[in-house]
Design a protein around this ligand. Structure first.
Ligand code: BGC
Ligand code: CA
Length: 244
């Protein structure tokens, strides 16, 4: 007890201080204060450490999130590629064994496009005879779809561009009645280049060829039948495997 209060019984109160007790208490309080300050500092340190850890973790989360986004987009790309591959496989399965090797199949028809680097150009009659030896005939382009397909193939094979020997004979020639297919029917629609057919020059231009032109609907030219060009044969594809 640091402070002693006594009633003397004579109307006075005596008050005495126990200085030793007070100084002890002060020491205790100081020690307690010191401990509290140390505890506070240590907590402050822990707190700072935790804040530091938290921002490191946050940065890590952000990195992992970005990585996850990259992987998700890779998965998407791979899924798209897989779909394309599956389509290619089913197209290949459909065309498998339906045409001689190196012929192209489109719908139910096989097409032969000789390669200029490997095959000599021929006049229209020799080209026609070549198709016959292959069990085929010079191509008859009597639908828009067929014209677009053939124009596309000719153009991709002749990416170096157009000139008058880059043509492919088709099964179309001119006689008195006009332009007709080798099947005998007269043409209804012609996909001539602008200004063609023009029967150019001294010799008559009585045979038709298709050329690598940008507009797939304007690719034909009439040329002299003896002109050496490439040519296109066609024949029916064998029926689909498994179908009757
Ligand atoms: C003409 C064509 C023709 C060709 C024959 C060109 O200059 O424009 O119409 O068929 O020559 O080589
Ligand atoms: Ca011409």
């Amino acid at each position: 007890m640091a402070v002693i209060i006594k009633d003397t019984g004579e109307g006075h109160i005596s008050l005495s201080l126990n200085a030793t007790g007070l100084s002890k208490e002060l020491l205790l309080l100081r020690a307690e204060h010191g401990r509290l300050v140390a505890a506070k500092n240590s907590l402050q340190q822990d707190y700072n450490q935790a804040r530091g850890d938290r921002s490191i973790l946050q940065a890590q989360i952000n990195r992992e999130k970005a990585q996850q986004d990259r992987m998700l987009s890779q998965i998407k790309t791979l899924e798209e590629q897989q779909k394309e591959q599956a389509l290619r496989v089913s197209r290949l399965e459909l065309s498998c064994n339906r045409c001689p090797s190196e012929w192209e199949v489109e719908k139910d028809t096989c097409y032969y496009f000789p390669t200029p680097a490997r095959v000599q150009r021929k006049g229209w009659n020799d080209a026609k005879a070549d198709c016959i030896t292959r069990g085929a005939q010079l191509v008859v382009i009597d639908t828009l779809e067929k014209q677009k397909f053939i124009a596309g193939v000719v153009r991709t094979r002749h990416s170096e561009g157009f000139n008058y020997i880059s043509g492919y004979w088709i099964g179309l020639s001119e006689q008195e009645e006009g332009w007709h297919w080798i099947t005998g029917s007269l043409i209804t629609t012609g996909y001539w280049m602008p200004g063609e057919p023009n029967d150019y020059g001294v010799g008559a231009e009585d045979c038709a060829a298709t050329y690598p032109k940008v507009d797939p609907l304007q690719t034909w030219n009439d040329a002299p039948c003896s002109y050496p060009l490439m040519w296109i044969c066609e024949k029916n594809a064998t029926s689909l495997a498994g179908s009757s």
